[in-house]
Design a protein around this ligand. Structure first.
Ligand code: FSO
Ligand code: SF4
Length: 540
């Protein structure tokens, strides 16, 4: 195994003998083989000129395969092996549709026994075979594509899709397989990945807002009630909706965890009286929080931390692209619906959640809500009441160095406003940072994909202030990353022309020195320093 796709990668260079995330060597190898196989599918589709609009099942399963390999999404070896077998079957059917062309091993390899598969899997990653910069760019594209696929998968659950996104995913995956690719072309594909990142986030935004309404200012309780309850984690709002419908009248309440918090901001979810609040913090604190929650936990997407306690493991359920060995996976039935009755019955037998916090969190500042406040915001900027906006979107994580973000938020001058999205917010969303007039100093747009809202807000301000360049706005970017969804968000911001992004707590290990230099020279990307040094940049 060799994996360096996330920020917590071993020794800051790569995990080689099991992942810091808990991924075993075998699972890492199988995930690589799954990616290798879908690259083969991409090659067949691209070289054979196949029309993606008649490949709905393949498109969906390719998205699912990519999503299954995102950090902390799926730890279930059997599920990954099953997906490899399914994708080999799809690949072989596709091959029969095209004229004979020379194809890569990924598009043709055969597996006889499990031993063959294990052997093949151990050679399926891309390390060590190519020039460092080519390899770095290919990984930057692949990890961006994983994030892109996750957002596209969510959009698809909401009935939204765009053939151009599938076509690009196949184009990009095919390029990562091609030994003749060069730095120039791969660099252009990196930018194109960002372009499609914007498209996918826009598609998901349209899917979410058309079905659930535009997020609005909302106070979310972090207290608990008396009823037994289910905790929902991840990003998939359609799963949450199904669960809320099924829990009506059962006496079981529903709480959000981690990245599901922004669901409370959507008008459509407010009609469910048993949707009572948010429990706990960002993903990495889940073990302790799940213990005191007492009820069943549903993972709709990534951010599973391998449970240490068997008692907690017995209460975990997965759905969608997620999986954990020994935990029940709830798949969709033939009618496309999911049956959550097992969780509801289990909840009824368990204690109600223990209160671990008091108070509430305010959020719901996605693009429509901020546009509704535009006059106030613009007046505050013109009068000097708001000196700067600081985009602190992205992820939270285990590393102690992330305390930087709490300290940075606390020490920001009082005439600055934090724009956030993603689970990074848990580092400062319960601090009393106050308001400027009646504008809160932390404006939470939502999940990591709602970084799209932050981009729209920046573009709107550029228009209002009649500026020619987004970088002339009084906005600075201090973004925290952890996994591959953050990679696509970063590439999307670069595509939109945002410069001088500070990225931390460490820079990606998959960037070679030359590729990092390219990003520094062209986009002014830099790492974090001490809080006091980085604050100088905000105050200047
Ligand atoms: Fe991941 Fe980051 Fe969205 Fe968090 S990008 S880690 S749980 O912000 O959420 O999926
Ligand atoms: Fe290591 Fe991150 Fe890969 Fe897990 S996802 S194996 S922690 S680099």
């Amino acid at each position: 195994m060799f994996c360096y796709q996330c920020q917590e990668t071993g020794r800051g260079t790569g995990c080689e003998y099991g992942g810091v995330c808990g991924k075993s060597e075998e699972l890492a190898d199988f995930q690589d083989l799954l990616i290798y196989t879908i690259k083969g599918i991409a090659e067949i589709i691209v070289k054979g000129g196949l029309d993606t609009s008649v490949l709905s099942d393949v498109n969906r399963e390719v998205l699912r395969s990519l999503f299954m390999t995102i950090t902390n999404a799926n730890f279930d070896e059997e599920a990954v092996i099953g997906q490899i077998q399914k994708m080999i079957g799809e690949r072989d059917k596709l091959r029969e549709l095209i004229d004979a062309v020379e194809l890569h091993d990924a598009a043709t390899y055969e597996i006889g026994t499990m031993r063959d598969m294990i052997f093949k899997a151990s050679y399926a990653d891309m390390t060590g075979r190519e020039n460092k910069d080519v390899r770095s760019l290919k990984h930057l594209i692949l990890f961006g594509i994983k994030g892109l696929a996750a957002y596209t998968y969510h959009a698809l659950q909401l009935g939204k899709e765009k053939q151009e996104i599938y076509q690009f995913i196949y184009e990009a995956l095919n390029a990562t397989l091609d030994d003749r690719e060069n730095v120039e072309h791969l660099t252009s594909l990196v930018m194109k990945t960002g372009q499609f990142g914007v498209e996918a986030m826009a598609l998901l935004d349209a899917g979410n807002t058309e079905r659930y309404g535009n997020p609005e200012i909302t106070e979310v309780s972090i207290e608990t009630g008396e009823n037994p309850a289910i905790l929902v984690s991840g990003h998939d709002l359609t799963d949450l909706e199904e669960l809320l419908v099924q829990t009506q009248g059962t006496g079981v309440d529903v709480y959000t965890h981690g990245e599901m918090l922004p669901a409370h901001y959507y008008p459509e979810f407010k009609k469910y009286k048993n949707f009572v609040g948010n429990y706990g913090n960002a993903w990495w604190q889940q073990e302790e929080e799940f213990k005191t929650f007492h009820g069943p936990i549903l993972f709709t997407t990534n951010c599973i931390v391998p449970p240490i306690s068997e008692e907690v493991r017995n209460r975990i359920f997965t759905t969608g692209a997620t999986g954990y060995p020994g935990c029940t996976h709830i798949g969709a039935g033939a009618d496309g619906k999911k049956d959550f009755s097992q969780l509801i019955e289990l909840a009824k037998k368990l204690e109600s959640p223990l209160t671990i916090e008091h108070g509430s969190i305010i959020g719901g500042f996605a693009h429509a809500q901020v546009f509704a406040l535009a006059d106030k915001v613009v007046d505050a900027v013109k009068s000097g009441a708001i000196r700067k906006f600081v985009v602190m979107a992205g992820c939270d994580g285990r590393m102690q160095s992330r305390e930087y973000y709490t300290e940075f938020a606390e020490k920001l001058p009082k005439d600055t406003v934090i724009l956030t999205a993603g689970c990074a917010k848990y580092r400062y969303n319960k601090l009393s940072l106050g308001t400027i007039g009646d504008i809160p100093r932390v404006l939470d747009a939502g999940q990591c994909n709602d970084s799209y809202s932050l981009a729209l807000i920046a573009l709107k301000l550029k228009e209002v202030f009649d500026l020619s360049d987004i970088n002339e706005l009084p906005i600075v970017y201090n973004i925290a990353w952890y996994e591959q969804k953050a990679v696509i968000v970063l590439l999307a911001l670069l595509y939109l022309g945002v410069k001088n992004i500070r990225l931390g707590p460490t820079l990606p290990a998959f960037l070679s020195p030359n590729i990092l230099k390219f990003l520094v020279d062209h986009f002014g990307i830099c790492g974090i320093n001490s809080v006091s040094e980085d604050l100088l940049n905000v105050c200047s």
